[in-house]
Design a protein around this ligand. Structure first.
Ligand code: COA
Length: 260
């Protein structure tokens, strides 16, 4: 599959999807959103892909938001279509059933932070700046940003970031729970690759069970969430990987998971 605005690279179970519009700080225009939708559909259907790294091209930005040139002319009806398309993409990433790691090296603003927040893990460079500046455009986040930030960082921080539009640096993002780890800019690739390789070598059905229990469990009453957990736990016991993992422990050797 070839794309105009995405780069795709595969290595040992890890697919890296890079938004590639560096001259526009990787801003999400309608075409890029659609290409991301197709790229993640392909990931869902490809058993060889165990983990996705989502990145932005260039040094300066992960993604600096929705494309303001396109936003500027939206009618209310077009805005609804655009918002729903973004929300659907981000929900598809969140419920992909495989871990998605956002590699955040610079600006993650507006739709860019919304995209990072629907990923399961976020590793940021110390140079990253994250925010929801839509208010400065007379707008508000439309790809799920109000809702996902609320769930990740709580109401006080979400209201502060949305109402002021002021971005935060990587250290504050870490303190707020918006990112998992902050590393030196030159260590970002090594850190992301190590994490992605670790996950790619893990049992995929167990990873999927964790994602399902945590993502869906976080959206429903405790008893339903516990039910997700039990079902995923029981399903894992039908896999060869579970037998391999437990046998390897008992035999004092490293497990070799096969995804079966
Ligand atoms: N949509 C469309 N184009 C964008 C963009 C966006 N969200 N963010 C950056 N760009 C473009 C700029 O228009 C510029 O293009 P040009 O060279 O053709 O004029 C290019 O990317 C470089 O950006 P520039 O503003 O010159 O870089 P900077 O270092 O001065 O500032 C930012 C960087 C991120 C602070 C600034 O680009 C910015 O505020 N972007 C918009 C962020 C935003 O509001 N996002 C939310 C949108 S919902």
């Amino acid at each position: 599959m070839t794309f105009e605005n995405l780069l795709i690279a595969d290595r040992a179970g890890v697919r890296t999807v890079t938004v590639n519009r560096p001259d526009k700080l990787n801003a999400l225009n309608a075409r890029t959103l659609d290409e991301l939708r197709l790229a993640f559909e392909a990931v869902r259907d490809d058993e060889a892909v165990r983990v996705v790294v989502l990145a932005g091209a260039g040094e300066k930005a992960f993604v600096a938001g929705a494309d303001i040139g396109e936003l500027a002319t939206l009618t209310p009806v077009q805005a609804q279509v655009f918002s729903r398309a973004g929300q659907r993409l981000m929900r598809a990433i969140e419920t992909l059933g495989k871990p998605v790691i956002a590699r955040v090296q610079g600006f993650a603003l507006g739709g860019g932070l919304e995209l990072a927040m629907c990923c399961h893990l976020r590793i940021a460079s110390e140079k990253a700046r994250l925010g929801l500046p839509e208010i400065t455009l007379g707008l508000l986040p439309g790809f799920g940003g109000t809702q996902r930030m609320l769930r990740l960082a709580g109401r006080a921080a979400t209201l502060e970031l949305c109402l002021t539009g002021q971005p935060v640096d990587a250290a504050r993002a870490l303190a707020l729970g918006l990112v998992n780890r902050v590393v030196a800019a030159e260590a970002l690739d090594t850190e992301v690759e190590a994490l992605a390789s670790q996950l790619a070598g893990s049992a995929p059905h167990a990873l999927a069970g964790i994602l399902d229990a945590v993502v869906r469990g976080g959206e429903c009453p405790l008893d339903e969430g516990l039910d997700y957990e039990t079902k995923a736990f029981a399903l894992c016991c039908s896999t060869a990987d579970m037998r391999e993992g437990t046998s390897a422990f008992l035999e004092r050797r490293k497990p070799a998971f096969t995804g079966t």
